[in-house]
Design a protein around this ligand. Sequence first.
Ligand SMILES: Cc1cc2nc3c(=O)[nH]c(=O)nc-3n(C[C@H](O)[C@H](O)[C@H](O)COP(=O)(O)OP(=O)(O)OC[C@H]3O[C@@H](n4cnc5c(N)ncnc54)[C@H](O)[C@@H]3O)c2cc1C
Length: 471
Amino acid sequence: MQHKPAIWWIRRDLRLADNPNLMRAIQRGRPVIPVYVLDEREEALGAAASLRLMLGLKTLAKTLESKGSYLIFRRGDALTHLRAVAQHSGADTVCAARAFDPADIQRDTRVTDGLRGDGMQMDWGPGNLLFDPLGVQTGAGQYYRVYTPYWRAVRGLEVPDPVAAPGKIASPDGRAPSDSIDAWHMDAAMNRGTAILTQHCVVGEESALDRLHHFTEEKIAAYAADRDFPAVDATSGLSENLAWGEISPIRLWHAGQRAMAQGRPGAETFLKEVVWREFAYHLAANTPQIMTGNWRDKWDSFPWSTEEDEQVLAWKQGRTGVDLVDAAMRELYVTGRMHNRLRMLTASFLTKHMMKHWKIGLDWFADCLIDWDPASNAMGWQWVAGSGPDAAPFFRIFSPFRQQERFDPKSAYVAHWLAEGQRTPSAQALAFFEACPRSWDMRADDLRPLPILDLKAARQRALDAYSQNSQ
Ligand SMILES: Cc1cc2nc3c(=O)[nH]c(=O)nc-3n(C[C@H](O)[C@H](O)[C@H](O)COP(=O)(O)OP(=O)(O)OC[C@H]3O[C@@H](n4cnc5c(N)ncnc54)[C@H](O)[C@@H]3O)c2cc1C
């Protein structure tokens, strides 16, 4: 007799290998129904994230077909659609990865209550993390507020071995009705930027594993030395795949540990970076307010402006007149990514030089990033702005000129991204003008603008405000 099918409710875990939620659905030889629901939470994704998710889902659907399975696409209320698929198929269990975003938790609680009320089993499993974000605690039973002791606490913990993807996935008889993902137009908000951004996406589980392999073979040894130079392709690029669960951090962990055992110098630094992502989820799970408001209350009265004025527009458009900031904002718009050092610099410029609220930047990154990750984005912004735990000291105001001198000394990065004033701009610098909204009215032969503010005076204004708030 065939066991009742189990639904694998796909969320940010678009992979078959190292997927404990899929594995639990498969256990005891159950047929599995992979289901993705585009509900109100997913509809709220930013433009680039939504496009990237669409690409990831299409690739996953193909992979599932190669395993004898198929993906059911539904749009609307998650509970309603999971119920409908269960009724159609006779499924008695839903397996899914636990989320840590407060709004997701609210939705998930409602789904759990509804399905359990129907007599079904709702089986939540680990998400896309190495360590349970609520399980790691200080000796006093508290969560960690500071990264370094958190790193010390987790670096020796056991991490399970990677698990291969199943060879075949059994499907039940009779397919539940599915939408066509193409009809959802998940790339609609990208407008004319879709084709350009798509070229920069490295999609799917197989590509993610290749990326990791390439990184550990070719780049990890120089990672610690080169990772701060945006013109050098020195980092793994895996945030895009981690964000959508196309690779499990377990793979990164073991690859990093192997490299460390082989004595490769950058390996420990890489593991530490992977643990920054864990720390972001540790903070999000223990202090969910970090996602939406100042982690420290005393920042609630800080005089950040929330006005989305001309200066903010100039920041978004890469038209502040400050080369490194503008180059980074262009990279973000064209590729959906930005180098970590420049995320810090552009965030510092917005929140300190411009004295604009970090939420403006948080939202813009959420709209533009293909590796948008709610916990890392919130931690990153609050770390730079100073309102988060373990934040950058208030007097640390990144100087765009000093950063350029140190990390882009030959202006290779700036020249790559800023077309204006160049006789032969790079294809990527020109792509920005193809991708950006026509209403921005920007052209490659425009003159470079003068800086939108006096950097010295702006720095002093920020220092004064920050030192007053820190007393
Ligand atoms: C203001 C701001 C916003 C950010 N928003 C995001 C975001 O939305 N999504 C996102 O994935 N990262 C975010 N980061 C963190 C970081 O910039 C990216 O993870 C990194 O640039 C990804 O490139 P990579 O995969 O080549 O990283 P690598 O250098 O190869 O690092 C390996 C992995 O470690 C993790 N990692 C590295 N640095 C950090 C960090 N500072 N914080 C958390 N995890 C880290 C990432 O998962 C990354 O893929 C943000 C940082 C700042 C300052």
